[in-house]
Ligand binder design. Sequence first.
Ligand SMILES: CC(C)(COP(=O)(O)OP(=O)(O)OC[C@H]1O[C@@H](n2cnc3c(N)ncnc32)[C@H](O)[C@@H]1OP(=O)(O)O)[C@@H](O)C(=O)NCCC(=O)NCCS
Length: 314
Amino acid sequence: MAGSRILSMGHYQPSRLVTNDDLAAIVDTNDEWIRDRVGIVTRRIAEGETVADMATAAAGKALAASGLTAADIDMVVVATCSSIDRCPNVASRVANKLGIAAPAAMDVNTACSGFSYALSTADHAIRAGAARNAIVIGSEKLSDITDWSDRSTCVLFGDAAGAAVVTATPDGEEPGIGPVVWGSAPEKADVLKIEGWQPYIQQEGQTVFRWATTMLAPLALQACERAGIATEEIAAFVPHQANARIIDGIVKRLGIPNAVIAKDILESGNTSAASVPLALSKLIERREVPSGAPVLLFGFGGGLTYAGQVIRCP
Ligand SMILES: CC(C)(COP(=O)(O)OP(=O)(O)OC[C@H]1O[C@@H](n2cnc3c(N)ncnc32)[C@H](O)[C@@H]1OP(=O)(O)O)[C@@H](O)C(=O)NCCC(=O)NCCS
């Protein structure tokens, strides 16, 4: 069975920059607390743009960089948990705006692990012969579902989108997207919720923190093992950007001595399903990872869900 690889990436962030001091003007918080406990310095907040608008902007950049055209794309998968509209899905909106004529178009909601789920869904479709070229997107407008009077959550999130163009690898060529390790802890479903009509994100932060720092490193290592990649070979680690202390805790347990560690949380906050493709796209843009080098992706979040895989840097 042929595999697939990422051809190109693109990302989009809204222009409005919100600092910790800006938030201290509306809730009882301060720059020092946010930097110490979470590691965030700034985040971007959308004004007037929708999840689909940001997804389209990121996907358009990825498509332009891929050498393919809209006519080549036969699948669009969007990971999101913050789209307000239930139907049509975001993928259909993106396809229409980009002029992609008749793709399989679906949204995937596994909250912050969404991009890795969506990437493997596209990889599996390509392996099965159900698609040849896919656009995979993570896009979130978390500002729409944030309670701006709740200091325990409103300091954490940002808006953004990141996208990848995925294509079939020729027979005999090594796949560029490794086997996924995915799963969930459904007994903890209620610790992170975006529930009901006109909902806000609510979470038991410490429970999520403990789960992420104790349970995830062995699962990320499984993704390396299943790809046949030694930890020393990992050139970059792009985990979900929820908290700099969570990233440090996972990295300490992984033992990936030669990896660049993505820490986009500093400038972008937690952008849920957008955080992994956003951080990866920036690493590639800054040429911090050589083309073809193995990169470990690992998402985790609401559900509680997780997913990760080793990819080859486009
Ligand atoms: C949310 C998180 C940053 C909170 O950090 P924490 O160290 O657990 O902080 P706590 O919730 O224990 O709160 C500690 C104190 O800070 C206060 N506090 C909470 N938010 C604050 C803020 N924005 N500014 C200042 N003080 C704040 C609390 O009220 C509490 O005060 P108290 O000791 O007087 O009661 C942390 O738990 C976390 O990152 N969890 C993971 C969440 C996550 O990643 N979710 C998304 C998963 S994808």
